[in-house]
Design a protein around this ligand. Structure first.
Ligand SMILES: [Zn+2]
Length: 364
């Protein structure tokens, strides 16, 4: 179970990862002295550029070997005492020009290689890429919980397959991680197959196999149904309180109003029928889905304020939480959730395969 984060992508040196600095050609024999003087006058740490090397050596088409020194960002250079600046410029014959370099330290080998073409960088493989990879792995107990709920999503996928005449179908469940029942940490509040069945049983025939009814959308709709049921139940209870003489019953209920959403009526491993109207959409809930969600589903999860998305395998053609794009990392959106991949990946892959080899594609 590995978190899907932005650092998997290469630096965008034409965009936000770029920083303009001043560089100048120097003579090779001056190199060690100029590095010493500049580390006192314009230290790279102060400019937060200690991931960059001070000197770059390259081949010039006419003069042969070209040595360049990184001075600093322009504002830092111009803020230098004028006499000191003049002295160093004259001593080494500096001619500062603007050059774009990577603004941030490389966190992966891919970033190191793409950024290094602009200016040589320092890359601590052991303390960056591997350590960061380790930090993206989830604690063991969380991972065990995740396996349990992904198995529920796999069961949902199997039910979906039966509902869809044997066609492989994505499975999804929404989980309230704080609502444990029957000794389990967390409880399922919606499943795609259950909502699919409800649509078939209760809605007009035109809603059956609706193109927007992807497994994730059905789960979100299932939460909406449970919230509406909770709202109805509360109205009935309030009416009963008003009708009851004296208001004693009303006082008893007041104390219970903010209790956990978990009730004895929820069977362990079963799906919750009713959610308290105090719950706002899917706030705090985690989605487990066998395959990476598409753009529509990923955006619906933003709108419904989900906490985390955990998927089994990537969808390299349509997946928008790591494959085609990374919707969850867009800071311009008004809500962001965390994304994890690779839980029960082999079982999910198996679940999405067409055992009978007669179906065109997996039902999303
Ligand atoms: Zn979808």
């Amino acid at each position: 179970m590995l978190e899907v984060v932005q650092e998997d992508h290469e630096f965008d040196l034409a965009g936000s990862a770029r920083l303009d600095v001043l560089v100048s050609a120097i003579k090779p024999r001056q190199a060690s002295q100029v590095v010493k003087d500049l580390s006192e006058l314009l230290p790279l740490e102060r400019a937060k550029l200690n991931h960059l090397k001070r000197i770059r050596s390259s081949q010039h088409p006419e003069t042969g070997r070209l040595l360049q020194v990184l001075l600093s960002p322009p504002d830092m250079y111009h803020a230098l005492d004028e006499a000191k600046r003049k002295e160093i410029v004259e001593r080494y014959g500096l001619e500062p020009t603007v050059h774009a370099v990577p603004k941030l330290e490389p966190r992966t080998r891919a970033q190191f290689l793409s950024g290094g073409s602009a200016w040589p960088m320092i890359f601590h493989h052991s303390t960056s890429e591997e350590a960061r990879r380790a930090a993206r792995v989830i604690p063991e107990q969380d991972a065990l919980d995740a396996i349990g709920f992904m198995r529920d999503a796999l069961v949902d996928a199997e039910t979906g397959r039966q509902q869809n005449g044997g066609r492989p179908t994505v499975g999804a469940v929404l989980v309230d991680p704080l609502g444990g029942c029957g000794g389990r940490r967390g409880r399922v509040v919606a499943t795609a197959s259950r909502e699919r069945q409800k649509v078939r049983d209760e809605e007009p025939a035109s809603m059956r196999d609706h193109p927007l009814h992807h497994a994730v959308m059905l789960c979100v709709q299932g939460v909406g149904r449970a919230l509406a049921a909770g709202s109805r139940q509360e109205k009935v209870a309030r009416k009963q309180e008003e009708d009851s003489a004296g208001g004693k019953l009303g006082k008893e209920r007041e104390g219970k109003g903010s209790e956990s959403l978990c009730s004895d009526a929820d069977p362990p491993g079963g799906v919750v029928e009713v959610l308290s109207p105090e719950q706002y959409l899917c706030t705090g809930f985690d989605l487990y889905v066998t395959r990476e969600p598409c753009l529509m589903c990923a955006m619906a999860l933003v709108h419904s304020r989900v906490r985390r998305v955990i998927y089994g395998v990537r969808d390299t053609e349509r997946g928008c939480l790591g494959s085609v794009t990374m919707l969850h990392t867009l800071t311009s959106l008004n809500h962001n959730y965390r994304v994890f991949e690779g839980v029960c990946a082999d079982e999910c892959r198996q679940s999405l395969s067409d055992r009978e080899s007669k179906h065109a594609a997996v039902l999303p």
